[in-house]
Each structure stands twice: as C-alpha cells, then as structure tokens.
Design a protein around this ligand. Sequence first.
Ligand SMILES: *[C@@H]1O[C@H](CO)[C@@H](O)[C@H](O)[C@H]1NC(C)=O
Ligand SMILES: *[C@@H]1O[C@H](CO)[C@@H](O)[C@H](O)[C@H]1NC(C)=O
Length: 378
Amino acid sequence: MKNPRVFVLLVLICQIGALALSTPKSVGPIRHTIDTIPAEYKRGLTTHIVNSSVDGHPLTVYSVGEPSKTSAPLLLLHGRTWSSLPVYNLPGSSTMRGFPNKVTPYMMDFRGFGLTPPDDACTVSPAKCAIDCRDVLRWIASRHSQELGLEGDGISDDCNPVIPSLLGWSQGAMVAQLTAQLYAKDINKLVLFGSLYDRDYIYKRQPIFSEGVGCSVIENTKEATLEDFTIEDSISREVAFKFSKACLETDPFKARWVNLHEFNALNPSLVTRPSMIIGGQHDPYSEESKILHLFAGIDGGDKSWVSLGGSDHASHLLEGVGDRWMKAVVGFLEFGRECNESMIKVADAKEEEEEKEGNTRRGFDEIVEKDDLNDFFI
Ligand SMILES: *[C@@H]1O[C@H](CO)[C@@H](O)[C@H](O)[C@H]1NC(C)=O
Ligand SMILES: *[C@@H]1O[C@H](CO)[C@@H](O)[C@H](O)[C@H]1NC(C)=O
C-alpha cells in the first residue's frame, strides 16, 4: 500500500462497513397495528383477537358473515411469506368474500405476519403455528356453538356442524396437515392447497448453539411478491401488481421461520380426516409426482384430488381459475355422507382405537420430546 491516505480511508470504510453489518436496522420489529393498516385491505372483514392458550399471545383472526345453521365454518391459512390479507382478501379479487353463504370463512395471521405481532422470541415455527391454529379452530367451534345454542364447546363428534374445516395454502398446507395429524378432533375436513409437501426432503436442524439473529428486521422485497406468478396471461399485470402492493403494505418485514425440521413429522398416513388436495397443474412448488404420495398416503376416508389446468401456485387469484378453485373447494366441503347416529358411533369407535394405539398423538409427542419446545408448552 503505497499511499498511506488511501490505506487510512480503506480502514475507515471497512470499519464503517463492519459497524453497519453488526447494527440491526432498528431495534425490534416495527409492525402494523389494526389502525395503521390501509382500510381497503380489511374491507368486508370482521377482526377478532384470539389469545393463545399457551402464552396468551394475541392472534389476529378475520371472518366474513355470521355463524348460521346452514353454513359450515372454514379456516384459511396463509403461506410462508405473506399474511392472510393480501392472500385471501385482495381488493377486487377477495377469496374470503367470494364464498357462498353456505360457508362461513375465517382466516388467521401466524405470529409475526400481518396484524399478529411477533412473539417474544420473534420467531414462528411449524409447531407454534399448529398449536395456534388449534386454538383458533376451537375458538371458532365455540363461537358457532354459542351462536347456534348448541350444548358444550363443540369439540366432540365427527358430525358436529360447528367443527370447522381447515384449508392451508403452500407452506400453510403443511401447517394444516401437521395440525390435522395432531388435532384431528378439532377439524371437520382438510383441504391442502398447493402443498409444498415432499416426502423425500428432510429439513435440517439448526445449530444448537447458534444465537440466531434475534429480533432484527429483514425487509420483504417487491421481487419476492411477484415470484408466484409464472404462467403468462394467467394473471393480469394489474392484479399481480395489486397483490405486490398489498403484500408490501401488510407485510413489510419477514417473519422469521425457525425449526422447519418439525415438518419432518409430516406423514400422510396420520391424517385421519376426509381430505382434499387441490393445486395448479403447473405449480413449480408443488409437483404432481410428490403430491401423488401425499394423496395415496392419506387415510381419512373420502378424499379428492383436483389439479387445475392452466394454473401455477396462486390458483385462487388467477383469472378463469379462481372460480373453478372456489367451486371445487365448496363442492368438497358439501360432498360426503349425511351425518347420522350410526356414523357418529363408528367415528367414536375409530377414535378410541386410534387413541389406544397413540396414533394421533405420535407426531406431536415426537416434536415435543426432540426439541426444547417443553418451555413453549408450559
Ligand atoms: C383476548 O384478550 C384481549 C385483551 O385482553 C380481549 O380483549 C379479547 O376479548 C380476548 N379474546 C378472546 C377471544 O377472548
Ligand atoms: C346412516 O348412514 C349410513 C351410511 O350412509 C347408512 O348405511 C345407514 O343406513 C344410515 N342410518 C340411518 C339410521 O339412517
């Protein structure tokens, strides 16, 4: 280094660089509150706060319509990156408001997404999501039983009309499957939409002594908001950019997923509810060869697999596909045997048998045992 001034400058630049790298952009994530999110994204929705049974964390839930004797409750789960508002209530293309009266739809935001604040650890994990989802399913069941004047909390028989069905999209489909494996009694029917399930993929564990990145903030990018759209002419530029804008306005920061290895507990043969698999035929994240194993493995009685032609990952938002998606999902929720007493008895007997074998609980116990999730469950 011949010129000492250049050397000093370089050292200075390096120091500033190191400082910039070591200082998070802000202390703790700044999040939206119900008042700050643009009103158009919540149009037509009722907002509820359900408190986690584990740590009291407030979970944001939205609904459309009121419980009624002639409508079936359904809970929708979003995916890995974007919360429920852009995914299911996009202005002009709302899925939530597109359901016919015979379905009462709900959707929830996982920890750190949309209007659900991050928890103290600033993380979200498959097990946390599954337990939060169970709490919301139970809250929906109790809301409907109260409204309908039914006895108990609604958590009982196979044919109970207040037990919600559960639909998850993308990574949310994996959460829905995990929830169904662990808490089958809390779910009526299961819909796995654009699932990322891959039986050959093993999620790696995190290093146990890693200190992680704490609550530092990572911004979401416009690029990422548009990556789900891969088929030309399947979505207009206008709708795609509306989605992009909604994503960045409701989820400016990434939620931090940890413990993805909990997804290794996914096992279709532990799914004991009637199930539908639905997805785009050309979905790059959900290959038919992988979904085939999922479909064949599920052991929940009635099942259906709908592959939507001309569609990639976000089928429900696509022109000419969204309508077919809706028809298929509602059709599946309606489809099935009439509920009668003999069926309830058969269902009870089957559940008792499964409980004896520890079937429905196995995945759950494994997750709790292998990880330090015990603290979480206290
Ligand atoms: C959750 O807690 C908040 C604040 O204590 C309360 O306003 C809300 O009603 C609770 N939610 C439910 C579903 O009980
Ligand atoms: C109940 O449903 C089952 C299956 O559909 C049917 O075989 C049975 O006859 C029904 N029982 C009554 C009492 O309606």
